[in-house]
Design a protein around this ligand. Sequence first.
Ligand code: SER
Length: 316
Amino acid sequence: MSLPYKTTEEVRQTFLGHFLKHDHQLIEQSGIIPRNDPTLMFINSGMAPLKPYFTGQATPPYPRLTNVQDCIRFVDVESVGDSYHGTNFRMMGSWSFGDYFKERAIELAFELITEGFGIPAERLSATVFMADESLPGVPSDEESARIWEKFLPRERIIGRPPADNFWGPAGTSGPCGPCTEVFFDRGEEFAERKTDDVLVPGRHIEIWNAGVFMQYFKDEQGNFSPLPMKCVDTGAGLERFAMILQGRASIHEIDQYEPSYQLINQRIGDTAWTRIILDHLKTSILMIREGIVPSNTREGYLLRRALRRAMIGVFL
Ligand code: SER
């Protein structure tokens, strides 16, 4: 069953409009290079430039914020070429700083996905934090599970260990906490890998980290301390939502990228390499426009690597 079509720009406007309607303030996105944060090489999430608001070092302009932030993440570089991984993406984000917490965050997420985007609840699952010995002292998030039960059947509310459902910090230290993620079921034809898990990679795609419940600060030594206030940090990939609502084969083939995708694909003829080339060129442009030049270290090395891999693809 196809979903209501939205252009990428309409997806962006729908997300921001929802949070503005619910009394959030729109803030400018920041550049891709972190300021005053040596723990992080690139802005990797909407919350990264807002770290001082979580720790109480700075006061947010309003307790509820929203924006769309360009991000670079190299952790997924080996997966680029599949349908939904990239080294760059735009993160649609919303935040509550000491204002609402789990219940309102989950309500706002469910309302936007089902009413704002018209995605049927039958195609959604949610994961919640499930404690284990890898993170002593952080209890399972029964509260979020109970809140999700208002919207989803119990079998589609799935407990996940810290490796999956404890987010952050962005960088080596900073705010972090247990999270709840929403997955969209693309259908049986997308069951790309066999697995015993309820959520099948390639078929069930994470579309929204619908709440990191920021409660801890992790320091450089790995110690956790409570944050001065409880906060919510959400992040959803604009390209993933657009892919789903446009029925496209990948995040690289959404309306805004299609002309570039076609241009490359006509020459390369290989789907995975077309996606890699397009992704890596976009990441390189994001870096170059902020003054990074190819080099042997840090950001410059990653730029060199991205450009080199894109060129290998072209000359294969
Ligand atoms: N910081 C969280 C993430 O990146 C939610 O935005 O997934």
